[in-house]
Design a binder for this molecule. Structure first.
Ligand SMILES: Cc1ncc(COP(=O)(O)O)c(C=O)c1O
Length: 385
């Protein structure tokens, strides 16, 4: 058998951490719904003492996700937000974080409305220009936090350029890789220290469980995060771990279809007379199309488009039948949403205006249904405008 690093992505997704159960030969990882473990004597046990600290189903998922992102280890949490909270809990009061200004709305909500009350400082810049990151660094800056592509405006940040700055200034670089999944983008290979995902999205892929993961390039960070799992307790249940282990087996196959259909839907939208603009890195007129080709191995299936007004967006969203009007993304089903009133409502009107999120924007996460059905559904819904 080849070493894990030498195996192809789809093989790792199915086999890393997912080896047959040594006790029975079961080909799927068993769910261990136990809170505690019998010990043979004082301090004598089989590696597991209490499930907040560790659980065998969780261990397997953590091995699998580390293998997919190319990290030394990963730690899973109860949701993407719990994972992000754990990352920032590695800092101390008085530390400063430079963040992208177009993040998933829940992230600045956590930073500004919760963590700044504990003395952490955050500033927000357009990280699509690496110089903005450098300019925002202060004496007390410890971390740079980016999403690429951003949510929902699909702006890219040059991870190699930003990681060069972070190395020089001795800052941790954290990348939220939820939109691309490790199948299309590998931030650790580009110099990031930590990669975070909402596993709720593409990694699980079936819209049936929440979760979050942090994948680490250095063991020291994995150890700190394991301590935070134990100390703060926002861990993922064995059943949810198992759902992700099952979902991730088809990640490579799903991402291929997501990407293929994403390109078709983006092309369709960009020529539709009712659509006033399309944000998708796979389009040649996307301002960072060249960077997208260099940094990612596919363009994915997240597309945002402009309908012109809240009224138009509402009219079209009421008409969809194959696409489901819902928060979230990355499931097998096509999910369509309205960032201004859903994912980015917490930013407030002023916050949204400052970064260009208009009331007419609609975001689509193209699923793996027959693409012609998705196109017909969108065409019909757009005709209603
Ligand atoms: C890019 C991104 N990061 C993080 C999160 C938060 O993840 P969760 O909803 O699992 O807490 C989301 C949720 O939509 C997201 O889109």
């Amino acid at each position: 058998m080849k070493k894990t690093k030498e195996l192809g992505f789809a093989t790792r997704a199915i086999h890393s951490g997912q080896e047959p159960d040594p006790l029975t030969g079961a080909v799927t990882v068993p769910i261990y719904p136990t809170s505690t473990y019998v010990q043979q004597g004082i301090g004598e046990h089989k590696g597991y003492e209490y499930s907040r600290v560790s659980n065998p189903t969780r261990t397997r998922l953590e091995q699998n996700l580390a293998a997919l992102e190319g990290g030394v280890a990963s730690r899973v949490f109860a949701s993407g937000m719990a994972a992000i909270n754990a990352i920032v809990s590695m800092l101390k009061s008085g530390d400063h974080v430079v963040c992208g200004n177009d993040l998933y709305g829940g992230t600045p909500r956590l930073f500004n409305q919760v963590l700044s009350g504990f003395g952490l400082e955050f500033s927000y810049v357009d990280t699509s220009d690496a110089e903005n990151v450098e300019r925002a660094i202060r004496k007390n800056t410890r971390m740079v936090y980016v999403e690429t592509p951003t949510n929902p405006l699909m702006r890219l940040s040059d991870l190699s350029a930003i990681s060069t700055i972070c190395r020089r200034k001795k800052l941790l670089l954290v990348v939220d890789n939820t939109f691309m999944s490790p199948y299309f983008q590998q931030p650790l290979a580009l110099g990031a220290d930590l990669v975070v995902h909402s596993t709720t999205k593409f990694l699980n892929g079936h819209s049936d469980g929440l979760g979050g993961v942090v994948v680490c390039a250095q063991q020291e960070h994995a150890d700190k995060l394991a301590f935070l799992q134990k100390a703060a307790g926002a861990i993922l249940s064995p059943f949810e771990c198992w759902l992700i282990l099952r979902g991730v087996k088809t990640l490579a196959a799903r991402m291929e279809i997501h990407d293929r259909s994403g390109r078709i839907v983006a092309d369709f939208l960009s020529t539709h007379k009712k659509v006033k603009g399309v944000f998708y890195p796979g389009l040649v007129d996307h301002p960072q199309h060249t960077l997208a080709k260099r940094q990612m191995s596919g363009f994915g299936s997240m597309i945002t488009f402009e309908t012109g007004s809240l009224k138009n967006a509402n009219k079209m969203l009421k008409q969809v039948r194959v696409c489901s009007l819902a928060e979230s993304l990355g499931g097998v089903e096509t999910l369509i949403s309205h960032p201004a009133t859903m994912t980015h409502a917490a930013l407030g009107e002023k916050g949204r205006k400052a970064i260009g999120i208009t009331d007419g924007l609609v975001r689509i996460s193209v699923g793996i249904e027959d693409v012609n059905d998705i196109l017909e559904d969108l065409d019909h819904a757009l005709d209603g405008i």
